[in-house]
Ligand binder design. Structure first.
Ligand code: ACO
Length: 332
């Protein structure tokens, strides 16, 4: 047992104003509301204005979270921002956020783990707190996927949206609420099945690369789909087994929101009814690292997430990377 347990005590969120409906996409592309809803469950998504960086969502999400927790930014020990669409490669968006919040004592870094980013960041924060090296960490999951998407590619553009969520993680009593366990995995073998080829040192942004559209997200949808269903169920089941948990020990499942056809079989395989599963992709689409904190914020707002709620997070994304985390929500 660790000396302290990492408690997740508050959540805040922020979304861009602009809603983009399936009907609007169907007016521009060879697609339809019926196709998108039946294949994914998505009805609309939010999108930033061109050039609107992640910090414009991360700051309000973080401020709302800190306000709900009743915590001043200058008491934070650290800030982790999980994202694949930070404002810039350097500096980290976490640094921009640290300055804007006035979190003068906090270290800050970004964590790159695609759709599993928030689970990985939360696991990271828990480890800092359990080790005694930090007492208060802000964990942000946010992405501006509209900046990575080829809006002419119907295979990908209908799936994604923009948004950001933040949670505050604090040291609490070792036998109280908080993060009880997590499990993280990765497999770089199929990395090229879901990637952004022109986004780093391997392919600098030359005029040729940009003309080819290599700066846009590419994916093998079917392959990603099959892996996501398999891996999300596998990791959730494994984590539950490790901690001797049955479906009755889970009040709420908060899965990564990529596709309703991924979420439903995952829930079925872990034996949890859909009534316990938070789904908001119909309104927000796949916001990558933001899906889970945004879903936590929705569940808290509608009263499903309360202090003491036993919550299972599960995610899968580019890398490939996947993970699950089990916690009791709130202070106490
Ligand atoms: N509108 C209409 N037709 C479309 C569209 C669209 N928006 N997109 C693709 N199609 C067409 C395809 O071109 C294909 O046409 P063809 O048969 O003439 O070649 C046809 O629809 C069927 O395509 P499929 O790939 O068989 O459709 P599928 O049922 O597999 O659904 C989807 C595609 C939704 C992309 C699915 O594979 C999926 O969700 N994959 C996971 C992708 C994902 O979530 N990625 C996010 C990052 S990873 C993560 O978050 C887990």
């Amino acid at each position: 047992m660790h000396a302290a347990r990492a408690q997740v005590v508050a959540v805040g969120s922020a979304l861009p104003e602009r809603r983009l409906s399936n009907a609007e996409l169907a007016a521009r592309l060879d697609t339809s509301d019926e196709w998108i809803v039946s294949r994914t469950g998505i009805r609309e998504r939010r999108v930033c204005e061109p050039g609107q960086g992640l910090i414009t969502l991360a700051e309000p999400a973080a401020r709302r979270c800190l306000e709900k927790a009743g915590v001043a930014a200058d008491t934070l020990d650290g800030i982790i921002v999980a994202t694949i669409t930070g404002d810039m490669v350097m500096p980290a968006t976490a640094n921009l956020l640290q300055h804007r919040l006035g979190a003068a004592r906090a270290w800050a870094f970004d964590l790159l783990n695609a759709c599993n980013g928030f689970v990985a960041a939360l696991a990271n924060a828990a480890t800092w707190i359990e080790s005694g090296r930090a007492k208060r960490i802000l964990v942000v999951g946010g992405d501006v996927m509209s900046s990575l998407i080829d809006w002419k590619d119907r295979n990908t553009c209908v799936l994604f949206g923009d948004g950001c969520g933040a949670v505050l993680v604090e040291a609490g009593s070792a036998d109280g609420n908080g993060i009880i366990g997590f499990e993280l995995h990765s497999d770089g073998g199929p990395a090229s099945e879901l990637c952004v080829p022109c986004s780093g040192s391997a392919m600098p942004p030359t005029a040729e690369a940009l003309a080819r559209g290599d700066h846009f997200l590419k994916q093998n949808g079917k392959m990603v789909f099959t892996h996501a269903v398999r891996r999300m169920a596998e990791v959730a089941t494994s984590l539950m087994r490790t901690h001797g948990l049955g479906a009755a020990d889970v009040d709420l499942v908060v899965p990564h929101q990529a596709n309703l056809r991924i979420i439903e079989p995952t829930a079925e395989r872990i034996g949890v009814p859909m009534s316990k599963v938070v789904v908001n992709l119909d309104r927000l689409g796949n916001t990558t690292a933001a899906t889970i904190p945004l879903a936590l914020a929705d569940a808290e707002a509608d009263g499903r997430l309360r202090p003491g709620s036993r919550v299972l997070l599960v995610a899968f994304g580019g890398g490939l990377t996947w993970g699950a985390l089990y916690m009791k929500w709130g202070r106490g």
